[in-house]
Design a protein around this ligand. Structure first.
Ligand SMILES: NC(=O)c1ccc[n+]([C@@H]2O[C@H](COP(=O)([O-])OP(=O)(O)OC[C@H]3O[C@@H](n4cnc5c(N)ncnc54)[C@H](O)[C@@H]3O)[C@@H](O)[C@H]2O)c1
Length: 233
């Protein structure tokens, strides 16, 4: 199988995870005109709702098969059934059963369990363990529902992870206290989401217990962790 994909906001990190022979389609229309099997893996948003509609179905190859295991609403089922009845599409497979689809001879509808394969369960478990480990060891946050995404690679130094309220002058106060303790910041990243911000700092010296206590006492600082520090924190 030759794989062709389209993702308008793909990250560099995601792109590195793809096999090198996956081809890039420049648009959804481009992808549809080049594919015999089209599978959707997108969230349901205003941009993705009815991504397959009457117009788009006509761009698909004759005899193509459509698969949707992402969200109900991404495919306009009426448009697809019309294309199946007209003999333009060969089959539609999804995990969103409906009265329109359930008895159609060219539709296969499954319960909404697309992600519940043995492989997906195992991948989820590994992903969760990796993400919790990143948070505990490096302060990095991925896929949290209530924290900002943040990723600062470790390039030496002593990592301090601060969780603080998303209000002005937090980073200023943290760096002032570190400067007063004679500690230099080698690298720093601050990300916020709603009321919460996370600040990751790589320091040239390990902060003492007193410096960590000083940072913790700043109004608005919710937690301070010195990661991998050897001094008794
Ligand atoms: N069937 C199930 O049991 C089941 C289970 C879990 C999730 N889902 C659904 O599957 C979807 C995909 O899951 P995932 O783990 O691959 O999610 P993901 O967040 O890893 O990937 C979604 C991708 O969609 C891309 N995207 C967003 N808007 C787009 C657009 N307008 N055009 C093209 N690409 C766009 C994003 O850049 C991202 O790479 C989820 O959003 C969820 O709706 C279904």
């Amino acid at each position: 199988m030759n794989a062709v994909g389209h993702d308008p906001t793909i990250t560099v990190q995601r792109a590195w995870q793809l096999a090198s022979d996956v081809e890039q389609a420049l648009s959804v229309d481009d992808l549809l005109s080049r594919s015999d099997f089209v599978s959707f893996h997108v969230p349901l948003t205003d941009e993705t709702r009815h991504m397959i509609n009457d117009q788009r179905v006509r761009l698909m190859r004759k005899g193509a098969v459509l698969l949707n295991f992402s969200r109900d609403g991404i495919i306009d089922d009426k448009a697809v059934v019309a294309a199946l009845d007209a003999g333009h599409l060969y089959a539609y497979v999804c995990d969103f059963p409906s009265n329109l689809l359930k008895d159609h001879p060219r539709c296969i509808t499954l319960p909404h369990l697309g992600a519940s394969t043995r492989e997906a369960e195992e991948n989820c478990a590994v992903m969760v363990a990796d993400q919790v480990r990143e948070w505990l060891e490096n302060g990095n946050v991925t896929n949290a529902v209530n924290f900002p995404e943040i990723f600062l690679p470790r390039n030496g130094g002593h990592r301090v992870a601060v969780v603080n309220s998303n209000v002005p002058n937090m980073v200023g106060q943290i760096s002032t206290d570190l400067g007063a303790a004679g500690i230099n910041i080698n690298d720093m990243l601050n990300r916020s989401r709603g009321d919460i911000a996370v600040t990751l700092l790589d320091l040239d010296k390990e902060p003492s217990k007193d410096v960590v206590a000083q940072l913790s006492s700043i109004a608005g600082v919710l937690s301070v962790r010195c990661l991998g520090c050897t001094k008794d924190q």
